[in-house]
Structures are given as structure tokens and as C-alpha cells.
Design a protein around this ligand. Structure first.
Ligand code: HEC
Ligand code: HEC
Ligand code: HEC
Ligand code: HEC
Ligand code: HEC
Ligand code: HEC
Ligand code: HEC
Ligand code: HEC
Length: 408
């Protein structure tokens, strides 16, 4: 036993660890009282669900801390089978594997991935395989495998906490998916905030993220357009189809000749896009039914169609930027990064974009294009226009100017 652990045992329990044979709660009230206090306030404590139900009985004293069980969704599933099953069907379940599958993942510091900081800090809510969990444990403490503490946090595990939009905030914010910022300053979010502080009546209409995305307590989440806002089949509009093809090429899903690449498999397995009309329409119809709880169907259909149209508009601007950079590779005016399969911009590797013009294209895609259409879907005029559309125009102007310099 380490000296610190020995001292904890002596100071805290008042006797050498060898003699300590106290239960989890008694000892942990001294070791980490915050944990025990939260557990005491929980529905679990009320129902006599004890520390051992989740952590096992392997660790009982200061010497054998290494034998403790770190819970996984399977642990929760012993009593909450429905939620675990629903969860496995949703997109959150894929968060770990989709992060791992990104080419850019290999170039990040390990602490920002498996260390559950950076990318891993958000994507840890994804399900992990048994062998992944073993590998994580080998690398260190092996925390971050629970998934289920992302919205109702440990050790309160309070459903009411998970019902608040704030529960989504830590991850759905910032650079490329600022849904929190967009929602909280939209009329929907402002109304909900006024409900939370008691200005508006508790039963007043104000949709939360959960009401639209995890309706009626379900744990399965998914949207039609998804994060990337590309889908199949190709649109009938000829210009839009051409623009989307260019974007798919820049995502490495189609090669420069327009043929599918091995990355298409990645898109399929991580469900990065809707691949059929039925798939997409099913999600759209489900969403319209939710809007229809408070708005007329006509209103909702028209509002969401404006979002779709915005995707068409941003795709056109985006494709123009991509074509310019692709042209520079082709003419040898820009050195193609050596890890590239094709002489074409690769938006999935651009976290490490080597030149300013490539960085501009990356920001245009991941930050400004996202904001423009996400702002439409989250009823936020400022994000749709100023942080989204307007910034894209600026990106394109700068890309054109940089390209001109490179050509001369
Ligand atoms: C005699 C005191 C004592 C008893 C009894 C005890 N623990 Fe611990 N436990 C500790 C100490 C000390 C640590 C390490 C704390 C630290 O690193 O800050 C620990 C750590 C843990 C951890 C975190 C593991 C880690 O790697 O940080 C969990 C979970 C845990 N205990 C659960 C339990 C459960 C469940 C029981 C009852 C079956 C239990 N403990 C009984 C003292 C005790
Ligand atoms: C309903 C299941 C559940 C119960 C009951 C439970 N825990 Fe935990 N505990 C968890 C989960 C989930 C984690 C997070 C694991 C991870 O990060 O992967 C955790 C983590 C911990 C940790 C380490 C992480 C930290 O924040 O320090 C300690 C210590 C701990 N639990 C102690 C206890 C003690 C003591 C009790 C009883 C008073 C208890 N737990 C009851 C589910 C539970
Ligand atoms: C041994 C059985 C058992 C295990 C294991 C267990 N729970 Fe529970 N859980 C219960 C019981 C019993 C209740 C209270 C009755 C109810 O709401 O169903 C409850 C309630 C809850 C609630 C609702 C609390 C509220 O505010 O009403 C949440 C959320 C929850 N558990 C999450 C979890 C998570 C996450 C895990 C795994 C880390 C877990 N539980 C593990 C038995 C368990
Ligand atoms: C711990 C971080 C985290 C929290 C908390 C979180 N999410 Fe997510 N969410 C993610 C990640 C990461 C993804 C992408 C998953 C993937 O790789 O497919 C995601 C995906 C989604 C998607 C799917 C979008 C698509 O591709 O169709 C929706 C909808 C969503 N989250 C809603 C919510 C809501 C609502 C909450 C709060 C109740 C929430 N999330 C809480 C991290 C989080
Ligand atoms: C602040 C939390 C956070 C960080 C940090 C983060 N992500 Fe994400 N990531 C998310 C959320 C939330 C989504 C879902 C966004 C949406 O659908 O609008 C997401 C989406 C994704 C997707 C798309 C999944 C899909 O189904 O479309 C991939 C791939 C991804 N992230 C990889 C990464 C990688 C690799 C890193 C680090 C370089 C990273 N993420 C950093 C939260 C984060
Ligand atoms: C993205 C956020 C999020 C994640 C992650 C999450 N939950 Fe929940 N959970 C919720 C919300 C929201 C509610 C409240 C649902 C409602 O309105 O009744 C909830 C409620 C619950 C309840 C209480 C159900 C009831 O009827 O009282 C249980 C049990 C539960 N979750 C278990 C789990 C388990 C197990 C996992 C991991 C597989 C998990 N949750 C992961 C958001 C989440
Ligand atoms: C009024 C309903 C509503 C509310 C409230 C809402 N969303 Fe959305 N969300 C949508 C719609 C509609 C879409 C686009 C659906 C589609 O792809 O057709 C969407 C899309 C998403 C996506 C996929 C990428 C994107 O932004 O288009 C994520 C992730 C997401 N929402 C998370 C959240 C989070 C987190 C919150 C709360 C901070 C939230 N949403 C609040 C309706 C809502
Ligand atoms: C729980 C009820 C509720 C749900 C569900 C809901 N809304 Fe709203 N929505 C409201 C309220 C209340 C307002 C504020 C009305 C006002 O500004 O007078 C609002 C405002 C709006 C606004 C801005 C104000 C306006 O009249 O132009 C739009 C756009 C909107 N909602 C679209 C949607 C769409 C699309 C959905 C589904 C994705 C949806 N809403 C779901 C209650 C809801």
C-alpha cells in the first residue's frame, strides 16, 4: 500500500488499513464525501441501490482499490434495460467509434482522445467494445466508460437534470455545433429560460432540446440531415447535385472521378448520413409531428423547408471554395499533403491543414457552413445570417484572393 493510502486509512478511519472492515458508505464519507452525499440524495439510495450494485464487491478496503468495477452501460442495463436498448439505437452510441474512425484522430495528442479530454471529452458518451475498455484500463484508470452519466450526472442520476437543455450544453456548443448558443438565444430557448426562473408559468409552451430530439423519454437520437448535411439520393436540382458531388469528393467519399471510395463504408457504418429518401423522410415526419404539438403543420413544414433550402445555398458557396483549392493542386500551385489519396482537398484531415488557404476552406466548412444551416433549424436568425452565411461570403472572398496570389 502506498504511504498516502496508508495515511488516509489511519487519519480517516482512525486505525490501520489492515484492520479496516467498514462498508463503502462509511469509509467513503471520509474519502470523498461529495460522492456519498449525492448518492444519498438520489432515487437510487431511496430504493436501496447501493455502491456495490454499480461498483461490485471486489474493492473493500484501502489496499484493493484496483479491484473496483468501473460501471459501463451494461451495469445500468441490469435494471434499466429499455433505456440501454434505446440508447444503442441512437447516434450517441456511435460517438466513440466515429471519433476513432476520423483520419485526423491519429494525429491528436493521446490525452485529447483516449484521455477523455478534447475530442474524447465529448465523444466518450459513445459505446465502447469490451476490448476497447480493456485497452483503456491498461492505459490508466479506465474512467469514462459509463456513457450514461453524460446527461444525468453521477451520483445523483436525476431524471430532472437530464430534462433541462443545460444537460446538453457541455458538448453541443462552440466551434462546429453551437446548438446550445443557437437554442438558448432563440425564442424557444428564451421562453424555456423564463420558465426555469419562474417568470412564465411552468406549463407554458417552450420546447427543450429533449422534447425535439429525445421525445417522450426515448434515449435514441438522430436527425435527417445529421452533422454533415449531406445525404442520398442526390437532389433533382442539377446545380445542387453538382455542388453536393464536389462536397462528397472533398469528404473523400467519392474520388475525383465521382466513384465511391472505401470511405463510403465509414459513412455507412458510423451512420454519418441518411442513405435513402425513406430514411430521411421518416426523421422529418417525426420532427414535424413534434412541432405540430405547438404550431400548425403548415407552419412547421414551411419552416423546415427553409432550412433545407439554406443547405442548398451554402452548398453552392462551399463547392466554389473547394473547386478553387482543387484547381490549385491540379495546376501544382499548392503542394498536395503527402497523406492525401487524391489531388483534392480532404475536409476530414483539415484539422492539420498545412496552409492558410486550406485552413480557410476548413473553417468555411466546419464552422460557417454548419452555423448557417444549424441556425436555420434552431430558429436563430443571428447564427443563420451573421455567423453563418455572411462569414461564408467572407471566406470565399479571402480564398479567391489567396488563390490569385498563389497563381502568380
Ligand atoms: C476503508 C476505506 C474504504 C472502503 C471500506 C471502501 N473504499 Fe472505495 N476507496 C477507498 C480509497 C482510499 C479509495 C481511493 C481514493 C482516492 O484515490 O482518492 C477508494 C476508491 C474507490 C473508487 C474509485 C476507484 C478509483 O480508481 O479511483 C470507487 C468506485 C470505490 N472506492 C468504491 C467503493 C465501494 C463500492 C466500496 C464498498 C464495496 C468501497 N469503495 C469501500 C477507501 C475505501
Ligand atoms: C447507479 C450506479 C452507481 C452507484 C449506485 C454508485 N456509483 Fe460510483 N460511479 C458510477 C459511475 C457511472 C461512475 C463513473 C465511471 C466512469 O467515469 O467511467 C462512478 C464513479 C465513481 C468514483 C470515481 C470517479 C469520481 O468522480 O471520483 C467513485 C469514487 C465512486 N463512484 C464512488 C461511489 C460510492 C462510494 C458509491 C456509494 C455511495 C457509489 N459510487 C455509487 C456509478 C455508480
Ligand atoms: C440494481 C439496479 C439498478 C442499477 C444497476 C442502476 N439503477 Fe438506476 N434506478 C434503479 C431504481 C430502483 C431506481 C428508482 C426507481 C425508478 O425510477 O425506476 C432507479 C432510478 C434511476 C433514474 C431516475 C432517477 C429519477 O430522477 O427519477 C436514473 C436516471 C437512473 N436510475 C440511472 C441509472 C444509471 C445511469 C445507472 C448506471 C450507471 C443505473 N441507474 C444503475 C435501479 C438501478
Ligand atoms: C458528453 C457529450 C454530449 C452530451 C452531454 C450530449 N451530446 Fe448529443 N452528441 C454528442 C456527440 C459526440 C454526437 C455525435 C455522435 C456521433 O458520432 O454520431 C452527438 C449527437 C447528437 C445528435 C445527433 C445528430 C445527428 O447526427 O443526427 C443529437 C440530436 C443530439 N446529439 C442531441 C443531444 C441532446 C438533446 C442532448 C441533451 C439531452 C445531448 N445530445 C447531449 C455529444 C453529446
Ligand atoms: C465540445 C465537444 C466536442 C469535441 C471537443 C469534439 N466533438 Fe465531435 N462532435 C460533438 C458533437 C456534439 C457532435 C454532433 C454535432 C451535430 O450533429 O451537430 C460531433 C460530431 C462529430 C462527428 C460526426 C458524427 C456524425 O454522425 O456526423 C465526428 C466524426 C466527430 N465529431 C469527430 C470529432 C473529432 C475527431 C474530434 C477532435 C478532433 C471532435 N469530434 C471533437 C462534440 C465534440
Ligand atoms: C443525451 C442525454 C442522456 C443520456 C446520455 C442518457 N440519458 Fe437517461 N435520461 C435522459 C433524459 C432526458 C431523461 C428524462 C426522460 C423523461 O422526460 O422522462 C432520462 C431518464 C432516464 C431514466 C429514468 C426514466 C424514468 O422513466 O424515470 C433512466 C432509468 C435513464 N435515463 C437511464 C439511462 C441509461 C441507462 C443511460 C445509458 C445507456 C442513459 N440514461 C443515458 C437523457 C439521457
Ligand atoms: C424546436 C425543436 C428543436 C429544439 C428545441 C432543438 N432542436 Fe436540434 N434540431 C431541430 C431540427 C428541426 C433539426 C434539423 C433536423 C433535420 O436534419 O432535418 C435539428 C438538428 C440538430 C442536430 C443535428 C445538426 C444540426 O444542428 O442540424 C443536433 C446535434 C441538434 N439538433 C441538437 C440540439 C440541441 C443540443 C438542442 C438544445 C440546445 C436542440 N437541438 C434544440 C429541432 C430542435
Ligand atoms: C412545446 C411547444 C413548441 C414546439 C414543440 C415547437 N415550438 Fe416553435 N415556438 C413555440 C413558441 C411558444 C414560440 C414563440 C412564439 C412567438 O414568438 O410568439 C415559438 C417560436 C417559433 C418560431 C419563431 C417565431 C415565429 O413565429 O416565427 C419558429 C420559426 C418556430 N417556433 C418553429 C418551430 C419548429 C420548426 C418546430 C419543430 C421543429 C417548433 N417550432 C417546435 C413553441 C413550440
Amino acid at each position: 500500500m502506498s504511504l498516502t493510502a496508508y495515511l488516509i486509512a489511519v487519519v480517516v478511519i482512525g486505525q490501520p488499513a489492515e484492520a479496516a472492515d467498514v462498508d463503502c458508505v462509511t469509509c467513503h464519507t471520509q474519502v470523498a464525501p461529495g460522492v456519498v452525499n449525492d448518492w444519498k440524495l438520489s432515487a437510487h439510495a431511496e430504493s436501496d441501490i447501493m455502491c456495490t450494485d454499480c461498483h461490485g464487491e471486489g474493492h473493500k478496503s484501502v489496499e484493493d482499490v484496483g479491484k473496483v468495477r468501473i460501471p459501463t452501460p451494461e451495469t445500468c442495463g441490469e435494471c434499466h434495460e429499455d433505456q440501454v436498448e434505446q440508447y444503442a439505437e441512437g447516434k450517441h452510441a456511435l460517438a466513440w467509434s466515429s471519433m476513432k474512425a476520423m483520419p485526423t484522430a491519429h494525429w491528436q495528442p493521446i490525452a485529447l482522445m483516449d484521455g477523455m479530454k478534447g475530442c474524447g471529452g465529448c465523444h466518450k458518451l459513445g459505446l465502447k467494445t469490451e476490448s476497447e475498455i480493456k485497452a483503456l484500463k491498461k492505459q490508466g484508470a479506465g474512467f469514462g466508460v459509463a456513457s450514461c452519466d453524460a446527461c444525468h450526472t453521477r451520483h445523483l442520476f436525476l431524471a430532472e437534470e437530464a430534462r433541462q437543455p443545460q444537460a446538453c450544453r457541455t458538448c453541443h456548443m462552440g466551434f462546429d455545433h453551437p446548438q446550445w448558443e443557437m437554442y438558448s438565444s432563440s425564442k424557444h430557448g428564451v421562453r424555456n429560460a423564463l420558465k426555469q426562473i419562474g417568470t412564465l408559468p411552468e406549463s407554458a409552451a417552450a420546447p427543450t432540446c429533449q422534447e425535439c430530439h429525445l421525445p417522450d423519454g426515448t434515449h435514441a437520437n438522430r436527425t435527417g440531415w445529421g452533422f454533415l448535411a449531406v445525404r442520398l439520393p442526390m437532389p433533382e436540382d442539377k446545380q445542387w447535385a453538382e455542388d453536393r458531388t464536389v462536397i462528397l469528393q472533398a469528404l473523400g467519399v467519392l474520388d475525383p472521378a465521382g466513384n465511391p471510395t472505401p470511405r463510403l463504408e465509414l459513412v455507412k457504418s458510423a451512420r454519418l448520413a441518411s442513405l435513402t429518401q425513406e430514411d430521411w423522410q421518416g426523421e422529418r415526419d417525426r420532427m414535424i409531428k413534434i412541432c405540430n404539438r405547438c404550431h400548425s403543420k403548415n407552419f412547421a413544414v414551411a419552416e423546415l423547408a427553409k432550412g433545407d433550402d439554406m443547405i442548398k445555398q451554402v452548398d453552392h458557396v462551399m463547392a466554389e471554395g473547394i473547386r478553387i483549392v482543387a484547381g490549385l493542386y491540379k495546376k501544382g500551385k499548392l503542394t498536395m499533403p503527402e497523406n492525401y489519396a487524391y489531388a483534392f482537398p480532404d475536409l476530414l484531415t483539415f484539422h492539420n491543414a498545412p496552409t492558410v488557404i486550406e485552413q480557410k476552406l476548413f473553417v468555411m466548412f466546419l464552422k460557417h457552413r454548419m452555423r448557417a444551416f444549424q441556425g436555420m433549424f434552431h430558429m436563430n436568425p443571428d447564427y443563420a445570417f451573421w455567423y453563418g452565411w455572411s462569414e461564408m461570403q467572407r471566406d470565399l472572398t479571402e480564398i479567391k484572393a489567396l488563390a490569385k496570389e498563389l497563381r502568380h
